[in-house]
Write a protein that binds this ligand. Structure first.
Ligand code: ADP
Length: 485
């Protein structure tokens, strides 16, 4: 249902195009529903290519002035946006949980921890330093300037409806770029609420627009409109691949945060309780619907019994329910497609010799609720080991030694997150260096923060978000040679 808010003005069904609020107004619209019970929350506009072009045109005009503002001025606007998000975090969490389903505490955690990207990049805006390089002869000087890439188009997913936006807008706006955002159709209300606060913070009209509508034509326009310099996308590898192909004609800059298939390895010298704790966080957070979720849990033979037993005890304590209810630790999955994929992975594993130790079926709560599941007897040939399940399914695979598990962990076209638990120092270094992943969590199940570079290798993507490196994707280098000295 429609969430109850302290500040009602944060809940709007209007898109934000070039500084104007645009409703469906009898035109085509998209229904936004609560995944808890399928009830209607709002109808948002299904905008066509005309509106996208209008937003892009405005972004191109606004970009010139935005980039001209001093870094300190841009920084102040971003900092105000950050402050407003923090002040309104409870309301934003209500909106997020209503359209996405995750427990309220997780929603607020997402909002606060990702708003930090606005704060961080507000600070980084002031440190976009250039270079002076010693010239090859005495009559020249060589300078390197860093300039904004220009108009950026962002496409974000439903699993972090709020956080994936501030992560992209922070570095883009700090660098002097402007942005047109297309949020996921399932979760546009969080994006609109962020736009309300952006406007309130003083982000100039045209600098940040939010468009809702059919994904493909909007994506197509982003890829082919000559005024768009860069596309930044978080979502599936399939869509990322399509965008990369489409963007090839215009040689557009790309940042892609795509799918993962994270290995989570528990060695026999690990602190098993800590490993179970980490596995719970990494696997079951957001009902398993994050791109850095542990997808394959590898446990060394000698500790497999103890680890699995302790994991089962924790899993049995997970409480399914409505995200807004106190005590809920797992909400519904986003939609029927997500449930179908989870079921497919369970059935495939069962048919190849896997065993269900907990869960394995839809919950009695109905809808898109699925019981948190633990399976054993899993092998590399099963779908659950090859594909991203994106659901609360923990498959346990046993292994003999380090060499074997590194080969199994790296046997994937993905390379986003990876995790392992071990105490032996030599092993920690060897494994951290050998894992083919953009991120390695050693004795921790949590990786993302604004200070560190988030991103993947292989088919998990291009570029990094967060950290001092995260702004580079929104900047171009310009070399200026000054002669005649
Ligand atoms: P998921 O399967 O998790 O929904 P997607 O990659 O399909 O992941 O969706 C992530 C985002 O990409 C969403 O905002 C979605 O609307 C958008 N999207 C999906 N298909 C396309 C496309 N062809 N062009 C542009 N955006 C797309």
């Amino acid at each position: 249902p429609v969430p109850a808010l302290k500040d009602r003005s944060l809940l709007t069904a209007n898109a934000y195009v070039a500084g104007r609020w645009v409703g469906a107004e009898g035109g085509k619209s998209i229904a936004v529903t609560d995944p808890f019970d399928g009830s209607l929350i709002a109808h948002v506009p299904d905008l066509g290519v005309e509106a996208v072009r209008e937003a892009i045109d405005a972004a191109a005009v606004a970009q010139v002035d935005w980039a001209k503002q001093s870094a300190k001025e841009r920084s102040a606007v971003l900092k105000r946006w950050y402050d407003l998000i923090i002040e309104n975090a409870d309301d934003l969490a209500q909106i997020l949980t209503a359209e996405q389903g995750k427990p309220l505490a997780e929603a607020k955690g997402e909002i606060v921890s990702n708003a930090a990207y606005l704060e961080w990049f507000a600070e980084e805006a002031k440190r976009i330093d250039g270079d002076i390089i010693p010239a090859p002869n005495q009559h020249q000087r060589i300078m390197v300037l860093k300039q904004p890439v220009g108009v950026c188009a962002a496409i974000t997913p439903w699993n972090f409806p709020n956080g994936m936006i501030t992560r992209k807008a922070g570095p883009a706006l700090a660098a002097g770029c402007t942005m047109i955002l297309k949020p996921a159709a399932q979760t546009p209300l969080s994006a609109f609420a962020l736009a309300v606060l952006a406007e309130r913070a003083g982000v100039p009209a045209g600098v940040f627009s939010v468009i809702t509508g059919e994904a493909r034509p909007i994506g197509h326009e982003f890829c082919h409109n000559p005024k768009v310099a860069k596309i930044t996308f978080t979502g599936s590898t399939a869509v990322g691949r399509w965008l990369m192909k489409e963007a090839a004609d215009g040689i557009k800059r790309l940042s892609l945060e795509l799918g993962g298939n994270a290995p989570f390895i528990v060695f026999d010298d690990a602190d098993i309780d800590a490993a179970v704790e980490g596995a719970m966080l990494s696997k079951f957070r957001n009902a398993g619907q994050t791109c850095v979720c542990a997808n394959r849990i590898y446990v060394q033979e000698a500790v497999a019994g103890e680890f699995t037993e302790k994991l089962l005890a924790k899993v049995s304590a997970i409480k399914l329910g409505r995200g807004t209810e106190a005590g809920t630790s797992q909400g519904p999955l986003i939609d029927d497609r997500a449930v179908a994929k989870m079921e497919e992975h369970v059935v495939d594993a069962l048919s190849k010799g896997g065993k269900v130790l907990a869960g394995g079926k839809r919950s009695a709560l109905g809808g898109t609720f699925f019981e948190p599941t633990v399976m054993s007897g899993i092998t590399q040939e099963m779908k659950v080991a090859k594909e991203e399940t994106f659901a609360p399914l923990a498959p346990v695979i046993t292994f003999r030694d380090e060499v074997e598990v590194i080969a199994m962990a790296n046997d994937s076209e993905f390379g986003l997150a990876s995790y392992f638990y071990a105490r032996d120092l030599g092993r920690v270094w060897r494994v951290a260096e050998a894992l083919e992943a953009g991120m390695v969590g050693v004795n921790t199940g949590m990786l993302a923060n604004e200070i560190a570079p988030f991103g993947g290798v292989k088919q998990s993507g291009l570029g990094r978000e967060g950290s001092k490196y995260g702004i580079e994707g929104f900047l171009e280098l310009k070399y200026v040679a000054v002669g005649g000295i």
